[in-house]
Design a protein around this ligand. Structure first.
Ligand code: PMT
Length: 399
């Protein structure tokens, strides 16, 4: 079931008494980590209300093909593109027939034509309708199109008949839906990433910080989520949107980042990646009020901040711990020293002496070092570097 983590499931509900089970299916899919959006046919709305499905899924339910409001937000093409899997449960005989013949007569049928995602159906109908030669021909056509068919099961039916045609139970459908997805490198792993700078207060309006934009850490969060991980992104003050499928915790200063990181490691963190440019020092006593410029000189006393990544690697529930090193000289030697001193599993070092890589740039170039090996990731966009680094981490994590 962990293959459903972060997956986007478009649940199509068609008209049939089994539609009431779709409500539980939403919960099963969500419990397994999937995000669920629901599309209902007119027939489905006769059996269960869109309001119920909206309340359970936490998202607006879509029912009409030509709905100007939905088209302005998430219209049918966006929905079709959004889905990682279109799952139709229950799938009625009528809907199977329309699908088999490529009809786009309502929103759900149109979505099935417009999506590039895999499609699965969980048929539910009277046993005689299931056995009908037309339905069986349609079933074959759907299977030939590559559509996954879950069930149906045999048993007593709402109409009093006994036979094949009952919809599978929600937990069985959720298990089969998970099986549509392959295992990715980080499937089911919890990855915690720090990103951006920290801000250390001097007084209520002034602070010490650095040039980190958060781009490298955010790119890593996106790449880890794409690799199947559950991602917590602990972000210093940056101006970037949260990547899809990522949980974000905003912090301001190093001590807040420390607390958030250690809380995550106390939980169930498998991999920790310290991309943040944490301020090494903070003013010892930030002023309660704005400091007035009465004297020619003022002196700040700075005190050392806790080392977050070192504390993580020393934790009793130590995750696989990856650091970064921002260096302007002797890049490899300093990074090697940090790898050893902070007891890391891996460190990615970037030369931040120029402006085309490292701080705030869209690009980076890093050398990744681990005990007994290294790999150079040459100049590329931070998104590309992040993908390569996540792959490397996935491989080393398994070793
Ligand atoms: O945010 P961008 O604009 O995209 O820029 C990316 C980056 C240059 C910030 C990033 O690629 C990078 O190099 N991050 C690490 C910056 C840094 O603070 O390096 P450092 O050599 O000072 O620290 C070494 C490691 O210890 C880092 O993993 C750092 O997060 C960690 N650290 C440092 C101090 C501290 N108190 N706690 C820590 O966890």
């Amino acid at each position: 079931m962990e293959r459903l983590i972060n997956k986007r499931i478009l649940l199509g509900v068609t008209g049939g008494i089994a539609a009431y089970k779709s409500a539980e299916l939403v919960r099963r899919l969500q419990d397994a980590g999937a995000e669920v959006r629901v599309v209902m046919t007119a027939g489905a709305c006769e059996f269960i209300t869109p309001l119920t499905m909206q309340a359970l899924s936490g998202n607006p339910v879509h029912t009409n093909l030509l709905d100007p409001q939905a088209e302005a937000g998430m219209g049918h093409i966006e929905l079709a593109r959004w889905a990682d899997l279109v799952l139709i449960a229950p799938a009625s005989a009528n809907f199977m027939a329309r699908m088999a013949h490529g009809h786009g007569t309502d929103l759900l049928a149109t979505l099935c034509l417009a999506t590039g995602a895999p499609i699965a159906i969980a048929p539910a109908m009277n046993q005689q309708m299931w056995a009908d030669s037309g339905t069986q021909r349609n079933l074959l056509m759907l299977q030939e199109k590559g559509i996954h068919v879950f069930g149906p099961a045999a048993g007593s039916q709402a109409c009093g008949d006994v036979g094949l045609g009952r919809m599978l139970e929600p937990h069985e459908i959720a298990e089969l839906a998970a099986g549509v997805f392959e295992y990715s490198l980080l499937t089911g792993k919890h990855v915690v990433i720090t990103a951006g700078p920290t801000r250390e207060a001097i007084d209520p309006v002034r602070y010490i910080t650095n040039k980190s934009s958060g781009k490298m850490g955010f790119a890593l969060a996106e790449a880890a989520a794409e690799a199947g991980a559950r991602v917590t992104l602990i972000a210093g003050p940056v101006y970037l949107p949260t990547p899809a499928r990522v949980d974000r915790v905003d912090v301001t200063c190093a001590r807040e980042m420390y607390d958030a990181s250690l809380a995550a490691v106390d939980g169930d963190c498998n991999i920790f990646i310290a991309t943040a440019a944490v301020a090494d020092y903070r003013p010892v006593n930030p002023a309660d009020h704005k400091i007035k410029k009465s004297t020619e000189e003022i002196h700040l006393t700075l005190v050392k901040n806790p080392d977050i990544v070192a504390a993580v690697s020393a934790h009793e529930k130590r995750p696989f711990t990856v650091g970064f090193a921002a260096e302007t000289q002797d890049v490899i030697a300093y990074a090697q020293a940090k790898l050893t001193n902070k007891k890391l599993d891996m460190i990615a070092t970037n030369d931040v002496s120029g402006s085309n890589v490292g701080f705030n740039s869209d690009n980076n170039a890093v050398t990744v070092i681990w005990p007994g090996g290294h790999k150079v990731l040459p100049l590329a966009s931070k998104k590309q570097i992040a993908k390569q680094l996540v792959e490397l981490i996935g491989i080393r994590y398994k070793d």
